[in-house]
Design a protein around this ligand. Structure first.
Ligand code: GUN
Ligand code: ZN
Length: 457
């Protein structure tokens, strides 16, 4: 196993890229299995399943069945991975992240609007270059897999090259990923601007090329209301109307100054959400990142439209945006996923995101249970992306993206979990104290993906 000089990649990563299976093959995974079948909210834990002596059977990358060792016989011809005593969980789902911003993650000293000007736009300008974009996408995806994230909804940049590079790399790894080209025709540097018509054409070409190719999906991606004219937002709505099944991905109500700016740019519109509503952008398969500064009425309308929000606590704390109101989301039954929001978020790991999500609720006198936190990082994220028929749990027929968790990954975690009696308490320890070191293996469609960490172990 060698590092390829200057790429940050292991040679084996390239050699092990996806090759479709030629014949039917059954694989059995023996482990302690943990997954959600629904939302185990504060009042019910019925929707979370823990099978200490579990067996999962996988055929051609798809889960055939999942149960106890007693009730799930392993066929004679099956190959077996024995993780007895280890926890196996569905891959994490990151519902909002910017791959071009990984290179400027953890930038010092600013809040949203200045942060965009000073750090983000210069970093994104480099993605007009195909080679730069390919290198960044490859590094980003390997980081995701090392951290146990197997599906993500991802911003590209305004350059179609950035999206082509991302999808090429995701397809080569056989990943379920959603991405889109940023639409942005005002209030940004000249070299990052497109036009309403140009963004419509380029987005359509990318949809035609990539949407539903293998495991990939396209998201129409206006950056946020301040960087799109009304004409461009209208084009975004047209793309959604003309391409059923395509997603919408944008930001909303993240920062107080941003909200004031939107009110001044759209003076005749009653609130931030209404800007998106008037162009038909609020619907099922629409993902609004942050959604912090919202009225009760806006929550009600989000629910009415069946739209989703991405809670990004690492980002909200790092650039000082505010505290997400999970209780309102739950009250109105708006689907919520978790997002790293790299590079405003300062971490790739969904475990770190869960940790901060817990603290954000604590600050509001609300307690995020271990079960609900786990749900948000797995099936909840899949539901928020409307991908829950495909991923997010171990129900039969779903794609076998899963993680082997090492509860002994660090001396502290090993010591803490040793004193925990119930699986819920052990889960909480992993969620609070864990990071990429806990992700012993990442499996994609029933195949072990050799991340750097799993090889060097
Ligand atoms: N709002 C508009 N663009 C961005 C971005 O790149 N990151 C975050 N966190 N918020 C935004
Ligand atoms: Zn973002």
């Amino acid at each position: 196993m060698r590092w390829i000089a200057g790429t940050g990649r292991l040679e084996r990563d390239v050699l092990c890229r996806y090759t479709p299976m030629s014949s039917s093959s059954i694989h059995a995974v023996k482990a302690s299995l943990l997954h959600c079948t629904g939302d185990p909210d504060r009042y019910s834990t019925d929707n979370i399943v823990y099978v200490p002596d579990g067996v999962m059977l996988i055929e051609n990358g798809i889960i055939k069945t999942c149960g106890t060792a007693d009730t799930t016989p392993i066929p004679e011809h099956a190959s077996v991975s024995d993780f007895t005593g280890k926890l196996v969980i569905p891959g994490f789902v990151d519902t909002h992240v910017h791959y071009p911003q990984l290179d400027m993650i953890a930038a010092y000293g600013t809040q949203l609007l200045e942060w965009l000007e000073r750090y983000t736009f210069p970093a994104e300008a480099a993605f007009c270059d195909k080679e730069h974009a390919t290198n960044a996408a490859s590094f980003f995806l390997d980081q995701l897999l090392t951290n146990g994230t197997t599906t993500a909804m991802v911003f590209g940049t305004v350059h179609p090259e950035s999206v082509n590079a991302f999808f090429n790399e995701a397809h080569a790894r056989n990943l379920r990923m959603i991405c889109g080209k940023v639409m942005m025709d005002r209030n940004a540097p000249q070299n990052l601007l497109d036009t309403p018509e140009g963004s419509y054409q380029e987005s359509q070409q990318l949809i035609d090329r990539w949407h539903e190719k293998g495991r990939l999906g396209y998201a129409v991606t206006p950056r946020f209301a301040p960087t799109s004219t009304a004409e461009q937002l209208r084009m975004a709505g047209r793309l959604l109307d003309e391409n059923p099944g395509v997603h919408l991905h944008t930001h909303m109500a993240e920062n107080a100054d941003e909200c004031d700016w939107v009110a001044s740019l759209f003076p005749d519109t009653k609130d931030y959400l209404a800007v998106y509503e008037q162009f038909g952008l609020v619907r099922k398969r629409s993902m609004f990142a942050h959604a912090i500064h919202l009225s009760d009425n806006a929550w009600k309308r989000l629910a009415m439209h069946d739209a989703s929000v991405s809670h990004c606590p690492c980002s909200n704390l790092f650039i000082g945006s505010g505290l997400f109101d999970l209780r309102s989301a739950q009250k109105h039954q708006v689907r919520v996923g978790l997002g790293t929001d790299i590079g405003a978020g300062d971490n790739v790991s969904l475990l770190r995101v869960v940790n901060e999500a817990y603290k954000v609720q604590q600050l509001q006198r609300h307690t995020l249970t271990p079960e609900h936190a786990f749900y948000l990082a797995t099936l909840g994220g899949a539901r928020a992306l409307d991908l829950d028929t495909k991923i997010g749990s171990f129900e039969a027929g779903k794609e076998a993206d899963f993680l082997v968790i090492d509860e002994q990954a660090t001396p502290l975690l090993a010591r803490r979990t040793a004193s925990q009696k119930s699986w819920q308490d052990r889960l909480f320890s992993v969620l609070m104290l864990g990071d990429d070191r806990c992700i012993e293996q990442t499996w994609i469609m029933g195949k072990h993906y050799p991340t750097a960490a799993s090889i060097l172990r």
